[in-house]
Design a protein around this ligand. Structure first.
Ligand code: IMP
Length: 430
């Protein structure tokens, strides 16, 4: 795996944490390229659940260098807390050694969280259902050139200048919304202190990554969220504010687009979404409740119940095409045990017109064309070879391949590290 990426293909929560941890056993570097602490990557370690929000998912593997790329927005107070908590549970986090933070990564400030809340309140019934972590306002500041970057936290002169640029503008907004204004001096003090604490990790991470690729090291790019939450290719405006598809990798790491060799797309054996926005294959009522309970479908970051839907082959085909996916990982296959029939969305219908193409900009008033397949009742968590899966589970996976045009190379059959099976497939076959 010279340079590989693992991304979610729908609206996040596909189970990427475990898959990235798995791929990381063959990696020298693992780099996050977008999102912030809105992401929640769940890992199981010695039977214990560990949820990471900012620190890349390979932190449990001592020999891997974990990198927070420039495309990530970093709440430095949150990052320090996450590092402290990891250390308390015995994880070996060494700043500047197995954890690097790009000096170009933008900073999420408390004011961004206040503005996230205000924006959601103003949207009323059209709210996005953000995680409330200030992600959108931080990316907005990046684009409008009034943001602070992690490198500013260790350069007092630059920090003061950057704060001067942003505080006056922000305070005018905060006053207008009756929110508490920023005390610039206090904020400067806090940021300098955080900068001091994180200093050993803050560096030119893009350079480190390019050098790693040049030296033939194996780099794994860790996606956050999913392609349908991508600010350009997702279900806008019900998206996050970064580029969650593989297209975000060069922008968010400083690696050249040419350095990416393999794109792995992760999907659940069914579909979920948290937050508002279009979800053509959404299910309601008892079947959704049962699936939510069986899969433990509650947001890793906010605890919100996830919306549940059928596997949507049209959406997955689109997301895979946008990201140049070579192979799929299907997670949570075990959760479908006992569901009869299994259902796959093969097309969308608007009125009499059947659409076999997913148009992310035009998803209103769609109904789904559903194909039903026979289910299975066996517990599949102990199974480690594809041919040992119940025949109906095999058939379901093969149908996913036929409909999406992408081979399924890996299947996850439980949350544990070893609850996974691999298949020899020819990557990129379409
Ligand atoms: P924001 O990223 O907090 O601005 O939220 C925008 C949308 O993305 C909301 O619908 C969130 O629920 C969703 N979202 C953001 N991060 C994640 C994630 O890691 N998993 C699933 N949904 C997410």
């Amino acid at each position: 795996m010279p340079t590989t990426c693992v991304i979610g293909l729908l609206w996040g929560d596909e189970g990427k944490g475990k898959i990235i941890d798995l791929f990381a056993q063959d990696a020298d570097f693992v780099v996050r390229f977008g999102g912030g602490h809105n992401a929640g990557h769940t890992l199981i370690r010695d039977g214990q659940k560990l949820v990471l929000h900012l620190v890349p998912s390979a932190i449990l593997r001592p020999s891997v260098v974990n990198v927070i790329g420039n495309g990530v927005v970093v709440d430095p107070a949150y990052l320090r807390q996450e590092i402290d908590e990891l250390k308390e549970t015995g994880v070996d986090v060494r700043l500047g050694e197995n954890l690097l933070v790009s000096e170009g990564a933008h900073v999420v400030l408390p004011v961004h969280q206040a503005l996230d809340r205000v924006a959601e309140k103003m949207r009323g019934a059209d709210k996005i259902g953000t995680t409330g972590r200030g992600i959108g306002p931080a990316y907005a500041d990046r684009a409008s050139r009034s943001g602070l970057r992690m490198g500013d936290l260790i350069r007092p002169k630059r920090l003061r200048a950057a704060l001067a640029r942003t505080v006056t503008e922000k305070n005018a907004l905060l006053r207008a919304f009756d929110e508490e204004v920023i005390d610039a001096a206090a904020l400067e003090g806090q940021l300098l202190e955080l900068g001091e604490a994180l200093r050993p990790a803050i560096c030119d991470a893009g350079h480190a990554l390019r050098e790693a690729v040049r030296e033939g090291k194996r780099v794994l790019c860790e996606g956050a969220q999913g392609v349908l939450l991508d600010v350009d290719h997702g279900t806008y405006p019900f998206v996050t504010s970064s580029s969650a598809s593989s297209g975000g990798i060069a922008v968010g790491t400083g690696l050249s687009p040419k350095s990416l060799d393999r794109v792995v797309g992760v999907v659940k054996a069914y579909a979920t979404r948290v937050g508002e926005g279009p979800f053509p294959s959404e299910l309601h009522g008892e079947i959704a409740e049962t699936l939510r309970a069986a899969g433990g479908e509650y947001g890793a970051t906010t605890g919100r119940p996830r919306r549940i839907g059928d596997f949507d082959a049209v959406a997955v085909r689109y997301a895979a095409a946008v990201s140049g996916v070579d192979e799929l990982v299907v997670t949570n296959l075990d959760v479908l045990s006992g569901f009869e029939p299994l259902r796959i969305v093969t097309g969308h219908r608007r009125g009499d017109e059947v659409l076999d193409r997913f148009s992310a900009c035009d998803l209103d008033d769609l109904e789904c064309v559903v194909e039903e397949l026979p289910g299975f009742t066996e517990n599949v968590r102990e199974i480690r070879r594809f041919q040992d899966l119940p025949v109906n589970a095999q058939r379901y996976i093969e149908r996913i391949e036929e409909l999406t045009g992408v081979p399924v190379a890996t299947i996850s059959v439980g949350p544990g590290r070893d609850e996974v099976l691999h298949r020899a497939v020819e990557a990129g076959v379409r």
